[in-house]
Design a protein. Structure first.
Length: 114
């Protein structure tokens, strides 16, 4: 299964916040999760719980700003689980992430069964 999300996942610092012992989702995280839910409605519940998965992620940036691409994975994988595309990210045995330059920011994801 391959799909394109028309946004980049927020960094972990913009996805979750903390107020004392209370963990909460920041507005950037909520917005990204909504985009993922709308984009992936047709893919819901396609992954069987016992499947072992390989996930390939292409992060397309519209500029050359410096950032750690691994800092965006938590938001993306959590959003895919929330959208019902992944049952649990612990099913991922292979994970490949690559940065690309492009005209508009987006996230391209390919999920395959191993």
């Amino acid at each position: 299964m391959k799909f394109t999300i028309p946004a980049l996942p927020p960094t972990i610092n913009h996805y979750y916040g903390r107020n004392g012992n209370h963990l909460f989702m920041r507005p950037e995280g909520t917005k990204f999760r909504q985009i993922v839910n709308m984009t992936l409605a047709q893919f819901r519940h396609r992954i069987v719980k016992d499947d072992r998965l390989a996930v390939s992620i292409g992060l397309v940036f519209a500029n050359r700003r410096r950032c750690d691409i691994d800092n965006r994975l938590k938001a993306l994988l959590d959003s895919l689980m929330h959208a019902g595309v992944l049952v649990d990210d612990s099913a991922i045995d292979r994970l490949h992430v690559q940065r690309f330059a492009g005209d508009e920011e987006k996230t391209v994801v390919r999920i395959t069964k191993i």
